[in-house]
Design a protein around this ligand. Structure first.
Ligand code: TXA
Ligand code: MG
Length: 353
């Protein structure tokens, strides 16, 4: 056990003393949870193989799941990438700092612990003022996965980080809840055409517009190119059942399924849009139903921002089963659907109208 120190920092104008302390911990090989605009990351000096190994230990993460390297600016790309293709430059100009991770050929000085032995490296420049200040002050690229135990829901607050990692890491910078709420989009630029391996904070449509071509989603056939994506992920404790389809039909199917579970004496959690909650009406027995609205259907950014926190909150209230729905696949809807599908581990009902 280590003692985990928590320092409150201003999300826009972080206190220099807190930043200096975090940078010092990183330079000495320690682990610091830092806020990014997507989720909290568990940071270590990317050039220190022992520090990187300790990330895997703290998270209980399998060694074959590679980490993203975070830079203070795009100018530092040559420190970690062997080659920076013109499309990477264009995307960096359009989306950095921000929630886009680019897979590029790995530079030899990046330890193989970071990339899980792959010849590519995932790189991004986060936009959160605290993350950028810490990386700049540390003076080294920072390897950082989401700051949760492996397989758990990603953390969007410092409290989530502590719930999973208290006593396992040195420092948490608490800058309040993150603003994007889902992880970065992972784009493989070593394949032609570039492919999205994980939908995230930058919509696929926006990538296609800048690249002026179609951007397929999902790994191509052949050896796994996104090892982490094959693994169980984002899972709550309760069994999650997911429903997809038009809003009205989906809500109907969820209400029917909720009644079936209630008749079997189960406690049911519902993760729904604000509009759904209004339309749902009462389910009996009411004390066995936990309802959590995640935001308006018309505001996918809000739903993305709140998704993980609402899922964690609902889960801690102890339902046997959580029923949830997707919000289409346009824009941020694709990342929201991706995370819910993983949490559902295949229990997805496509509702026909
Ligand atoms: O928004 C984010 O990306 C957050 C914040 C902290 O930056 N980080 C994050 O890291 O979500 P993590 O480790 O939880 O997810 C990164 C995923 C891995 O599971 C892996 O699939 C993929 O990115 N990845 C990273 N490097 C890769 C590589 N070289 N090849 C293929 N996939 C890679
Ligand atoms: Mg993660």
């Amino acid at each position: 056990m280590r003692r985990t120190v928590v320092l409150a920092v201003d999300p826009e104008q972080p206190e220099p003393a807190a930043i200096a302390r975090a940078a010092q911990v990183l330079r000495r090989g320690g682990l610091v949870a830092i806020p990014t605009e997507t989720v909290y990351g568990l940071a270590a000096n990317a050039f220190d193989p022992e520090a990187v190994r300790s990330i895997f230990r703290a998270k209980e993460r399998p060694r074959h799941d590679p980490l993203i390297v975070h830079l203070a600016s795009a100018e530092e790309l040559p420190r970690v990438a062997r080659h920076v293709p013109p499309e990477a430059q264009r995307l960096a100009e359009a989306f950095w700092p921000g929630p886009l991770t680019l897979l590029l050929p790995r530079a030899p000085q990046v330890p193989s612990e970071v990339t899980a032995g792959l010849d590519t490296v995932g790189v991004r420049v986060p936009s959160h003022a605290v993350a950028r200040a810490v990386i700049a002050a540390a003076g080294v690229p920072v390897a950082a996965p989401s700051a949760n135990r492996f397989g758990h829901t990603s953390p969007t607050t410092a409290q989530h980080v502590l719930h999973d990692l208290d006593g396992r890491i040195d420092l948490v910078l608490d800058a309040g809840p993150t603003t994007v709420g889902v992880e970065s989009t992972v784009l493989d630029l070593t394949s032609d055409p570039p492919r999205v391996l994980r939908p995230g904070g930058v919509p696929v449509e926006a990538l296609a517009q800048v690249l002026e071509r179609e951007v397929p989603v999902g790994a191509s056939a052949g050896p796994a190119r996104a090892p982490g994506q094959l693994l169980r992920h984002y899972a709550p404790r309760a069994r999650l059942e997911l429903f997809e389809g038009t809003p009205e039909a989906t809500l109907h199917a969820i209400a029917d399924q909720a009644r079936r579970h209630l008749q079997q004496g189960k406690r049911v959690g519902l993760l729904l849009a604000d509009e759904d909650v209004a339309a749902l009406g009462a389910l009996e027995p009411q004390e066995q139903v936990l309802v959590r609205p995640v935001g308006s259907r018309r505001d996918l950014a809000e739903i993305a921002r709140r998704l993980y926190a609402e899922l964690r909150r609902l889960d801690t209230q102890g339902p046997d089963v959580i029923l949830a729905r997707t919000f289409g696949t346009e824009g941020l809807g694709l990342a929201i659907a991706d995370r819910l599908r993983r949490a559902a581990e295949g229990r997805v009902t496509r509702v026909r109208t």
